[in-house]
Design a protein around this ligand. Structure first.
Ligand SMILES: [Zn+2]
Length: 310
């Protein structure tokens, strides 16, 4: 790998707005089939073809990173050519009484293998992330927040009769896999020491999928960062929840790949603590997810190896 050459980028033929490439945006085969597929696919396709900002990078002449950043979901319904608008799609399919305040419906990180140019290997997209938010049960938050939330609900004039849902927008989303990807559980962990090395960074991007300020009682957000170095790459998709004076939660999906390795290591983890469990110094850092995550007890971790099938 000798850095990005403009010519390499232009040579790569993947055109995501091509009709045949549309299948790339289907949910993985392991998820239940539903009517969502078709409209979601159409909307995704349209979104991709009109994307405002797209960056590409090729790693090791074999793995392509595509970052798309676009506008926020508009709050008005607009239908063109009889195709359902994104707002309707999100409202109808997610069944959440309230969507997060900020949704970036077209923001995506797509990782493609040049050997499989028409389907992605793994993608992180907002719709699939929000599909993992519980739309039928209140969040499992025991101490304090009920009072905090009662206050917030009052602020928002939310009716008590409204059906319960996870107003923290917690999502255990760990990416959407392409149909040819094989998943194997592993005990292997990502070596974070490798990532602390001062390797030159050939490509870096960060993007937001969604965000909600919990009516000024904290924040719930999902963001993605990708970093490509000469011999390895690292992706972090992070859900960060802070309910002020109550609790902090971080759900991280990390991807790590390196030259000479025929799989991508994916690690999903859940960390959380109540304010009462944090030291005074940690409490000073609760506003910064990049710092506080390390102070939170690790509750769950699961690693998988992602292989392209032969
Ligand atoms: Zn609409």
């Amino acid at each position: 790998m000798s850095g990005v050459k403009e010519t390499d980028l232009n040579k790569f033929p993947s055109d995501l707005s091509h009709p045949e490439a549309g299948t790339s945006f289907l949910p993985p085969a392991t998820r239940p089939t539903s009517d969502i597929r078709k409209p979601a696919n159409e909307v995704m396709q349209r979104a991709m073809s009109s994307a405002k900002n797209e960056e590409r990078h090729i790693f090791d002449n074999s793995i392509v990173f595509i970052v798309v950043k676009d506008h926020i979901l508009t709050s008005t319904c607009r239908h063109a050519d009889g195709v359902e608008c994104q707002l309707c799609l999100y409202e109808k399919e997610l069944k959440l009484p309230h969507l997060p305040e900020m949704i970036f419906p077209n923001n995506t990180l797509t990782i493609l293998l040049k050997s499989h140019p028409n389907e992605f290997f793994i993608q992180f997209n907002t719709f699939d992330a929000l599909k993992r938010v519980n739309a039928t049960a209140a969040p499992d938050v025991q101490v304090g927040p009920s009072a905090v939330w009662k206050e917030a609900r009052k602020d928002a004039h939310i009716k008590e009769s409204e059906h319960p849902y996870d107003w923290t927008y917690t999502s255990d989303y760990d990416g959407t896999l392409g149909p040819y990807v094989q998943v194997e559980p592993t005990e292997e962990r990502i070596d974070l020491e490798k990532l602390k090395r001062k390797d030159p960074i050939h490509f870096y991007a960060q993007l937001s999928l969604y965000e909600d300020e919990l009516h000024d009682h904290g924040i719930a957000e999902m963001t993605i960062r990708v970093r490509v170095m000469p011999t390895c790459f690292f992706v972090l998709c992070r859900f960060y929840l802070r309910i002020d004076h109550v609790m902090v939660r971080v759900c991280d999906t990390r991807l790590f790949g390196e030259i000479g390795q025929d799989y991508v290591l994916r690690e999903w983890s859940l960390r959380e603590a109540k304010y009462a469990e944090l030291s005074p110094q940690d409490l000073e850092n609760v506003l910064d997810p990049n710092v506080i995550w390390q102070a939170l007890p690790l509750l769950t971790v699961k690693s998988t190896k992602l292989y392209p099938s032969k």
